[in-house]
Design a binder for this molecule. Sequence first.
Ligand SMILES: [Zn+2]
Ligand SMILES: [Zn+2]
Length: 104
Amino acid sequence: MKTRKLAISCPQCGSGAAFYSCTPNCCFNHVCADCGTTFEPMTTATGRTVSGVTPPDPLPEAGDPTAACAKCDSTAVYMTEDGSLVCEKCGALLVLELTEVCPG
Ligand SMILES: [Zn+2]
Ligand SMILES: [Zn+2]
């Protein structure tokens, strides 16, 4: 299954210019470059899994949106072509939720 980099829209203004401002061993704080809103993405498992997940090429960079897998905590979480989330490590299909939304 082909994947692409995670894309997260700002929950406040809908901008796609959100970037990851921290590191996975700290927190998942993201900042919207357009309105300054901060938020943290989290995932919930749908209970379904897939196999043969191909990571995106090129791989995401440090500032690209990042979320952790609800099942195995891996940050190798990518988007499938139909826009759902999948973990490359364990193959879990995931649903994205945005928490800690703090308008800038
Ligand atoms: Zn925004
Ligand atoms: Zn996983």
